[in-house]
Design a binder for this molecule. Structure first.
Ligand code: NAP
Ligand code: HSE
Length: 432
């Protein structure tokens, strides 16, 4: 059987795992692909770093992979928008199928690159771009295709989930982030993880496959972990919630809601049990009901598993001589719903003066915005002299919750609104 010749762009955390697996699992992969998979060449920046493959197979010239006649499939694992996008385009333009783990390129340029691939009879596959080793893209496109998906709630950034898990155990964000970097979970620029840029990129990919909405990641509301206080994690626990960086999309009356932000999730919800670098995507389909995909969301070997699955898919098709698939028709394109209309429950933590009448003023602000109050916690003044009030509301529109935050901050009895955190995944109930 004619071998499938592979060129890898990037031999870092993921690239090294893919290269090692291609060498160490040669027989298993050949049986599954229907042809031997041969790692022909890999591109790196620094030829002197130790690598999983002999130095003779390394190059710093990208064209020796994208334009070479002895490469059939290109695996892009460099990361970042450029030069990755241009390089993927160059490979597809030459009719070479491309497998990538690059959520940035796929979220910003996926549709145009998929069209180019189809025009050139090639394939672009990116299972590893969301959820590391968890199969997500293929199940959304194939196994759940008969469903109208209603809602998706996901933990899709391993670094931030790892950080929140460590913060819940008493570590600071900085210490936990340094450890996530050491373990190979974080992006080259870790602020992409901490500021939810990476999660918004991945959500943009998921909403396209789950709801047929093509949205640039910059239009997705995102809020990261900065400013989160471990006390909020502790108070949340008292109310029965775990704090997660949640990516959420939902079919509403005015389009598809899509947002990424820290959120309290009831501890009984399956997402609350997703800890460390684990990821999970919980979807609700109109036929299948709730389904959750979970597993290792970051790390070299787990991500290599998804990259290799795509490689096997492309190789099988090439080995059988089948044509590349055409661009998927997602039907009429829905709109992105405005954030102001999203309804959530909400958690507020206020630093207040220790004086009579505070509670009446606070509840009046909520009542003016028609926000129902579900629970209250009050703490006596600490060393700084201010008392702390923690409120949990019933579901209300985002616009009303944001106005309430502003008005609370203006009350003379409120020293500061220390936190406003949305609550997701429970009974939204109540008098809102
Ligand atoms: P990484 O460890 O930073 O490795 C990047 C590799 O690409 C390095 O080998 C680097 O070469 C090479 N490279 C970067 N820019 C290059 C350029 N302009 N020319 C030639 N080579 C270049 O990254 P990674 O963590 O493996 O991530 C790779 C991709 O997978 C990214 O898109 C990432 O978002 C995605 N991903 C990562 C994970 C994960 O857990 N790490 C999970 C899912 C998806 P040198 O080694 O010489 O510097
Ligand atoms: N930095 C990413 C994360 C890598 O932590 O989820 C996996 O995409």
């Amino acid at each position: 059987m004619k071998p499938i010749r592979i060129g890898i762009l990037g031999l870092g955390t993921v690239g090294q795992s893919v290269a090692r697996a291609l060498l160490e699992r040669r027989d298993l992969l050949a049986r599954s692909a229907g042809a031997p998979l041969v790692l022909q060449r890999a591109v790196v920046r620094d030829l002197d770093k130790p690598r999983a493959i002999p130095r003779e197979q390394l190059t710093t010239e990208i064209a020796r992979v994208t334009e070479a006649d002895d490469i059939d499939v290109v695996v892009e694992l460099m990361g970042g928008l450029e030069p990755a996008r241009t390089v993927i385009e160059a490979a597809l333009s030459r009719g070479k199928s491309v497998v990538t783990a690059n959520k940035r390129v796929v979220s910003w340029h996926g549709p145009s690159l998929l069209s180019l691939a189809a025009k050139k009879g090639a394939e672009l596959r990116y299972e590893a771009a969301v959820g590391g080793g968890i199969p997500l893209i293929a199940p959304l496109l194939d196994d759940l295709a008969a469903n109208r998906l209603l809602e998706l709630r996901a933990i899709i950034n391993g670094t931030t989930n790892y950080i929140l898990t460590r913060m819940a155990a008493g570590d600071t964000l900085d210490v936990a982030l340094a450890e996530a970097q050491r373990l190979g979970y974080a992006e080259a620029d870790p602020s992409d993880d901490v500021d939810a840029v990476d999660a918004a990129d991945k959500l943009a990919i998921l909403v396209r496959h789950a709801f047929g909405l093509t949205v640039p990641p910059r239009e997705i509301f995102r809020q990261g972990l900065r400013g989160l206080d471990p006390r909020d994690i502790a108070y949340g626990r008292e109310f029965g919630y775990a704090l997660k960086l949640l990516a959420l999309a939902r079919r509403g009356t005015n389009g598809i809601e899509a947002r990424v932000h820290p959120a309290f999730v009831p501890i009984a919800h399956p997402l609350a049990r997703i800890d460390g670098a684990q990821n999970a995507v919980h979807v609700v389909g109109d036929l299948c009901g709730p389904v959750m995909f979970s597993g290792q969301g970051a790390g070299g070997d787990a991500t290599a598993s998804a990259v290799l699955a795509d490689l096997l898919h492309v190789s099988r098709r090439m080995a059988l001589g089948d044509p590349a698939p055409t661009v998927r028709d997602f039907g009429p394109e829905p709109k992105l719903a405005p954030l102001a209309e999203a309804r959530t429950r909400c958690y507020f933590r206020l630093a207040v003066e220790d004086q009579p009448g505070v509670f009446a003023q606070v509840t009046q602000v909520l009542a003016q915005q028609s926000i129902g109050l579900a629970s209250v916690l009050q703490r006596e003044p600490g060393k700084m002299g201010s008392a702390e009030v923690v409120l949990l509301t019933y579901a209300a529109p985002e616009a009303a919750l944001a106005s309430a935050e502003e008005q609370l901050a203006r009350l003379s009895c409120v020293r500061a609104v220390r936190a406003r955190i949305r609550v997701e995944g429970g009974d939204s109930g109540g008098a809102a």
